[in-house]
Design a protein around this ligand. Structure first.
Ligand code: 6PG
Length: 469
């Protein structure tokens, strides 16, 4: 029996991805050190599909058709290097090793070069959509050697989510591009989740809406221009009962967020590239602030607040929050995509932007009807440096800006933190300003450090002996 595809690591993501592939007619084989997981793989397989679980890597490698296509879904970091080390004596030139986890792109780049020297193709592939997505159709972000891609393309296209029959997978660039795109996907994911949470705060604490009312609001938003996976699950969350108390589960969850690091990596690399992504940065910061629960509880006693409910008529305020959220969500995508645009050339990844937004249309956590709008923008100009420069996007932002301004003002008046929403507005106001106060900042730099400045009326660098009359 020759198998088409091998998976190392049969945790829920690896198992579901592999079973999905088998459902599409491919013969698949999986390896895990844990025997229970290898037998679970076989017992979960759909009747009539070819799925085998084995307990040794050697067993798996010897049964794979050449060139071998081997994917691993193991925790990022050392486990990935360990798997590669143990595969090296078993594989041969031309084989393809795929890392489908959330690895840091610099690790992926190092592994690509390392294995290239041995004639082995290494591909970093971002997979989004959680457990359910892996089983029924994830969004897949492959990067790496374009020569290797045709070998895995039919399988990836078969398992990927489909939107209008188009599979949500495409070769997204050289080297570590796949993992880079997935990292930025997660940065945008962090931003949108934070924006939705702030909108919830404004409607719940600010306006006094109940969970049932919140469900109704988010459910109706999910039928309009905010339609997306994250809005859909948010509407659901408000209805979930708690099985330990008579309350809704959302009210029983501690307000302290975890993070595995991909959002932080996005911010870190944006800083390195000099790309401003303040809404993503703010989302990372807000998770960090949330984690300081004990300090926050202490501070709340030092700085007590008499919060009054927001007095704006209900329907009006709900509409303003809707517009604010839509505006800030677009800004978050714009920031992340601007980062990809810069990384594409700066890190020589050659990321095709139209394909990125097409791959994100289905299966992934940030799938949203907005991606259709962005697709049109890149169709008009594939080299667009920022979505804000697109006419279609500009029209919506113009319409919705008033909502965000009103919401930001009310948040300030009512002491409701809304850092991500406000960051989106200040990014917008700054980006669209043809004059910033940075002339003064440049003067200061030159004053104390002779850093020089440019003039508006002459070419060249200038320095002044400031303060001397
Ligand atoms: C996905 C998700 C998934 C996960 C991230 C973020 O696309 O399916 O992005 O990869 O949610 O790892 O997790 P944290 O919120 O724990 O950082």
């Amino acid at each position: 029996q020759q198998f088409d595809f091998g998976m190392i690591g049969l945790g829920v993501m690896g198992r579901n991805f592999l079973l999905n592939m088998a459902d599409h007619g491919f013969k698949v084989i999986g390896f895990d050190k844990d025997n229970q997981k290898t037998s679970a793989l076989e017992s979960d397989a759909t009747a009539g599909t070819t799925v085998k679980g084995v307990g040794s890597l050697q067993d798996m490698i010897s049964q794979l058709a050449v060139p071998r296509k081997i994917m691993m879904l193991v925790p990022a970091g050392k486990p990935v290097d360990d798997v590669i080390e143990s595969l090296l004596p078993l594989v041969q030139k031309g084989d393809i090793i795929i890392d489908g986890g959330n690895s840091h792109f610099t690790d992926t780049l190092r592994r690509v070069t390392w294995l290239q020297g041995k004639g082995i193709h290494f591909m970093g592939i971002g997979v989004s959509g959680g457990e359910q997505g892996a089983r029924t159709g994830p969004s897949i972000m492959p990067g790496g050697d374009p020569e290797a891609y045709p070998h895995v393309r039919p399988m990836l296209e078969a398992v990927a989510a489909k939107v209008d029959s188009i599979p949500c997978v495409a070769h997204l660039g050289k080297g570590a591009a796949g993992h880079y795109v997935k990292m930025v996907h997660n940065g945008i994911e962090y931003a949108i989740m934070q924006l939705i949470s702030e909108s919830y705060d404004l409607l719940h604490r600010g306006l006094g809406l109940s969970n049932d009312e919140l469900h109704t609001v988010f459910d109706s938003w999910n039928k309009g221009d905010l339609r997306s996976f994250l809005i859909e699950i948010t509407a659901d969350i408000f209805l979930q009962p708690d099985d330990k108390t008579p309350n809704r589960l959302v009210d029983m969850i501690l307000d302290k967020a975890g993070a595995k690091g991909t959002g932080k990596w996005t911010s870190q690399d944006a800083m390195d590239l000099g790309v401003p992504i303040p809404t993503i940065d703010m989302a990372v910061t807000m998770r960090n602030l949330s984690a300081l629960k004990n300090e926050r509880v202490h501070a709340s006693t030092l700085y007590p607040e008499n919060r009054s409910l927001i007095g704006v008529p209900k329907e009006q305020f709900i509409q303003q929050v809707h517009d604010a959220l839509l505006f800030a969500t677009i800004i978050s995508y714009a920031q992340g995509l601007a980062q990809l645009h810069k990384a594409s050339t700066e890190l020589d990844m050659q990321i095709p932007m139209p394909q990125v937004v097409s791959v994100w249309r289905g299966g992934c956590i940030i799938r949203s009807t907005l991606l259709g709008l962005f697709g049109n923008a890149y169709k008009t100009n594939p080299q667009l440096s920022n979505l804000l420069l697109d006419g279609g996007v500009a029209k919506i932002l113009q319409e919705k800006a008033a909502g965000l301004r009103a919401v930001a003002a009310l948040a300030i008046q009512h002491s409701i933190p809304a850092g991500a929403l406000m960051s989106a507005l200040s990014y917008f106001e700054t980006y669209r300003s043809n004059q910033l106060p940075i002339n003064l900042l440049q003067a200061q730099r030159d004053y104390f450090g002779a850093h020089t400045y440019q003039r508006i009326d002459q070419e060249g660098s200038f320095h002044t002996s400031w303060g001397k009359k």
